[in-house]
Design a protein around this ligand. Structure first.
Ligand SMILES: N[C@@H](CCC(=O)N[C@@H](CS)C(=O)NCC(=O)O)C(=O)O
Length: 236
């Protein structure tokens, strides 16, 4: 049995991390049975979630875990796609993961109101006396990660502009299609769903959300994938 290590549902999303949501949908798409465990962060091989344990083997990172299951269980989540479509999928995926992600982190973690509505809740279980010390420390660490990536060096408005460009590109490529490449979901839909749902999350008031809300096809896309992979999902 595969175990997927997650943060657990939050903010009305399957997981606050788009990478964990991507991994979750990837496993659902693959039709594999698995369980989730929210207690694995401390033992994460790369210090991040998601990772899986499969027959005693640990595989960290949403891309490597996809490749692992495709190889081990002989599944091709891009079945039927041309080499050109696979290349497009890879480019969009990495645009979301390595660029849009950091605009999302900035919006959730660096804006005081969004931080209070969202990430601050992660620390509710910390003992009250150390919370005022730990929370700013962790937030400073995230600021450092944003700076190291480069996104954090831009002005707020410029970050919003970069994120909006990615959201518009996703919406324009999706167009009227039900899924990224047509009538059936493929691997890239796990990533696209995770990021678009994260961006549209009503808990946060962000320029990225405003950008995504201008595209009806993105809202319908999230609803379509939610009802397919999370049929019992209830907002909350
Ligand atoms: N490349 C990784 C990225 C995973 C990632 O960034 N996970 C974040 C949550 S969104 C995390 O666990 N961060 C914890 C930390 O950096 O301390 C993947 O695709 O799985």
């Amino acid at each position: 049995m595969i175990t997927l290590f997650t943060f657990g549902p939050a903010f009305g999303l399957p997981d606050p991390s788009p990478f964990v949501t991507k991994a979750d949908v990837t496993l659902k798409m693959a039709g594999l049975s698995y369980r989730t465990d929210t207690g694995g962060f401390r033992k994460a091989p790369k210090g991040k979630l998601p990772y899986i344990e499969d027959d005693g083997e640990l595989i960290a990172d949403s891309t490597f875990l996809r490749w692992h299951i495709e190889k081990k269980y002989k599944i091709d989540l891009d079945r039927g796609l041309s080499a050109e479509q696979r290349a497009i999928a890879w480019a969009f995926e990495k645009m979301m993961e390595d660029n849009l992600y950091w605009a999302l982190v900035d919006a959730r973690w660096m804006d005081d109101e969004n931080f209070a509505r969202g990430p601050s809740h992660f620390f509710r279980r910390l003992p009250a006396p150390i919370r005022p010390v730990m929370v700013p420390l962790i937030r400073r660490k995230v600021r450092g990660m944003l700076h190291a990536h480069g996104m954090g060096r831009h002005a707020r408005a410029d970050i919003a502009q970069l994120g909006t460009r990615s959201i518009d590109a996703i919406a324009d490529y999706l167009g009227p299609k039900p899924f990224f490449f047509g009538t059936e979901p493929t691997g890239i839909d796990a990533t696209t769903f995770a990021f678009v749902a994260g961006v549209l999350c009503p808990r946060f008031d962000t320029p990225l959300r405003n950008a995504a809300e201008r595209h009806d096809n993105l809202k319908r896309y999230v609803d379509r994938i939610t009802s397919r992979y999370y049929p019992d999902w209830k907002e909350g």
